[in-house]
Design a protein around this ligand. Structure first.
Ligand code: ATP
Ligand code: MG
Length: 581
């Protein structure tokens, strides 16, 4: 350490919100260059290399072959799949000196597809699995938490190529198993969750989430084994109800009730029910947003949801992607004079209605359900407005928040909500890319068939941070053995040459035994500072060579448990080797 390029910091970086960010910067693992853009210092680079190695070994073991594409990519293939437009502001675009448009690759489906098209033409060449470990660029709207959400980051992306659906299913399962091995080895708690709404079949897309309170993803699980990203949770749709006996809708004066709470209070005073009190869930709340489409156009959208729930913006975004969600501004209200702010109802909403604004409702709003909702006049609501009788929305949307206690869509019980960090994503792409880019091969009968594909990502640099989120304490990082930058942090304390001679010798022996040692050989640094550094940096085993030497022992500490034991110098290598295995 007297020559190692490392400076540990006493203070947390000002912009650090989560423990991994704080500790990786303070420990001299990474250093910020710009928002979401980080340099890897020697210690950090060693961890990154270890994560890469685990991923590489497991990809190779399942028969995938490593390639590497450039990050600097031409526009044309992205144009063919429409992603040049769809990516919108999320990618870095540039031009070469001739004015040609280029992109810094955010992901590489197009180029893998074209490479295989270039070289392969027969079913005999399939299945094929290719992967790369490579730097990706995304101009994230909210770079965050250091390397957890960067604008430049390292991803492993893999792609499978199969002749038919059964082949794709088998490839997908092979990746799933490889991912289980990768994430087991990385040593953090994770869950595998459904990542899409199941429109393409239940397992068409799954995410591997590291369980972490600081995670940006919310997922649900049921005791019966259902697990899904909250974006992918589908609402259990009730059966339609008969409405022949329901009273006709009637508009009522409900002055100064622009919120659900004021409305429910007013209803209970002015229009009490016989059977029970009015509840927020009896009301239909209409929320207006604007969709910004990739081509820049703005489309207003109205969303009707039961009044006891809020719109979950991430769920909404997931369902309108690639469009982005923006606020419905005062100018937008001015452009639609039929909208009575605070009293908006289905009377004016819908493509066929006076505003022309597309109107999508929560799936719970089935035919025969009965609502209190805005009467499109200031200070007035309609009571007994029945879906399917009095209004017909343009469709449904899964935009309402999911709450603990909601039913799992597969009937496996109530849902619990937890947070996680997306670490990996496996996805049955199907034939979309192959079709657009013309990847076809001849089948057994000499007929041209379109190849079916899967794509499989792992956040390699993000994993470094996710491990720290999962494995640290107040004083520092606690690396799991498999990805620790060094196996042992050996601290020599004292002033005597004898201590340093003994420590030098022990380091040499440990290294000869195949153990990686970070050796704190600094002479002018106090033992207290050295121990603090060792705790912050987080090597799994700390060996202290110092006072004990007089009694012929060194101290071996376990960073995770804090356990300490004195070990005779002569047995130190054997002892350390045993704990390092
Ligand atoms: P997210 O939902 O977190 O933005 P994504 O779904 O856009 O991720 P994918 O396109 O599925 O990400 O990329 C594969 C993997 O790459 C992700 O599972 C994640 O681990 C990692 N990854 C994605 N974006 C970033 C980023 N900005 N910084 C670090 N790692 C990332
Ligand atoms: Mg993903």
């Amino acid at each position: 350490m007297s020559r190692f390029f490392l400076r540990t910091l006493r203070d947390d970086p000002a912009d650090a919100e989560v423990p991994s960010h704080r500790l990786l910067v303070r420990g001299g693992y990474v250093r910020r260059v710009a928002p979401g853009i980080y340099s890897w210092l020697p210690l950090g680079l060693r961890v990154l290399a270890r994560v890469e190695q685990i991923v590489r070994e497991e990809m190779d073991a399942m028969g995938a072959q490593e390639v590497r594409f450039p990050a600097l990519l031409p526009r044309e293939p992205y144009e063919v799949t429409n992603r040049w437009t769809e990516y919108g502001a999320n990618v870095f675009r540039l031009q070469d000196r001739r004015g040609n448009d280029m992109m810094l690759g955010p992901t590489h489906e197009e180029f893998f597809t074209l490479l295989v098209k270039d070289l392969y033409s027969s079913y005999k060449d399939l299945p094929l699995n290719l992967y790369q470990i490579q730097t990706k660029y995304r101009d994230e709207a909210r770079p965050r938490a250091g390397i957890l959400r960067g604008r430049e980051f390292v991803m492993k992306d893999a792609y499978s190529f199969d002749i038919d659906d059964a082949g794709l299913e088998a490839s997908y399962q092979a990746y799933r198993e490889a991912y289980v091995r990768i994430f087991d080895r990385l040593g953090f708690e994770y869950v595998i969750v459904h990542a899409d709404s199941g429109a393409m079949g239940g397992s068409a897309s799954e995410e591997f989430l590291a369980v972490a309170e600081t995670g940006e993803d919310t997922f649900v699980r049921s005791a019966g084994g259902y697990a899904a990203n909250v974006e992918a949770v589908t609402t259990v749709v009730p059966d339609p109800l008969p409405y022949d006996d329901l009273p006709a809708a009637h508009a009522e004066q409900t002055p100064e009730t622009p919120t659900i709470e004021t409305l429910v209070n007013h209803l209970n005073v002015a229009f009490p029910r016989d059977d029970r009190a009015w509840e927020a869930a009896d009301t239909l709340k209409n929320v207006l947003v604007v969709l910004r489409h990739p081509d820049g156009t703005r489309e207003p959208l109205a969303i009707g949801i039961p009044g006891d729930r809020d719109v979950d913006v991430r769920r909404l975004e997931a369902h309108v992607s690639p469009a982005e969600v923006e606020v419905f501004t005062d100018d937008d209200f001015s452009a639609h004079p039929d909208l009575a702010k605070g009293y908006i109802g289905p009377g004016v909403l819908g493509e066929q209605k006076s505003t022309g604004i597309r109107y999508l409702v929560d799936p719970r709003v089935v035919t025969g359900t009965r609502w209190v909702t805005g009467a499109d006049v200031d200070g007035s609501h309609v009571i007994d407005l029945v879906a399917g009788r009095d209004f017909t929305p343009d469709g449904t949307i899964e935009a309402a928040e999911v709450r603990a206690g909601d039913a799992a869509p597969d009937g496996s019980g109530p849902l619990e909500l937890e947070r996680g960090i997306e670490m990996g994503h496996i996805f049955q792409l199907g034939r979309m890319y192959a079709e657009k880019l013309g990847l076809q091969v001849l089948d057994e009968n000499g007929k041209l068939v379109t190849v079916t594909m899967g794509s499989y990502g792992v956040g390699v640099s993000r994993a470094v941070a996710a491990v720290v989120e999962n494995s640290h304490d107040e004083i520092g990082i606690v690396w799991p053995r498999e990805i620790a930058p060094f196996d042992v942090h050996l601290v020599a304390t004292g002033k005597d040459d004898a201590v340093f001679d003994a420590a030098d010798a022990l380091v040499a022996e440990l290294e000869a035994a195949g153990i990686d040692v970070l050796y704190d050989d600094r002479r002018k640094v106090s033992p207290g500072v050295k121990f603090k550094d060792a705790e912050l940096l987080g090597m799994p085993t700390i060996v202290v060579v110092g006072k004990g030497l007089a009694d012929g022992v060194v101290e071996v500490r376990d960073r995770a448990t804090g356990e300490r034991s004195d070990v005779p110098v002569a047995e130190a290598v054997e002892n350390v080797r045993a704990v390092c295995r």
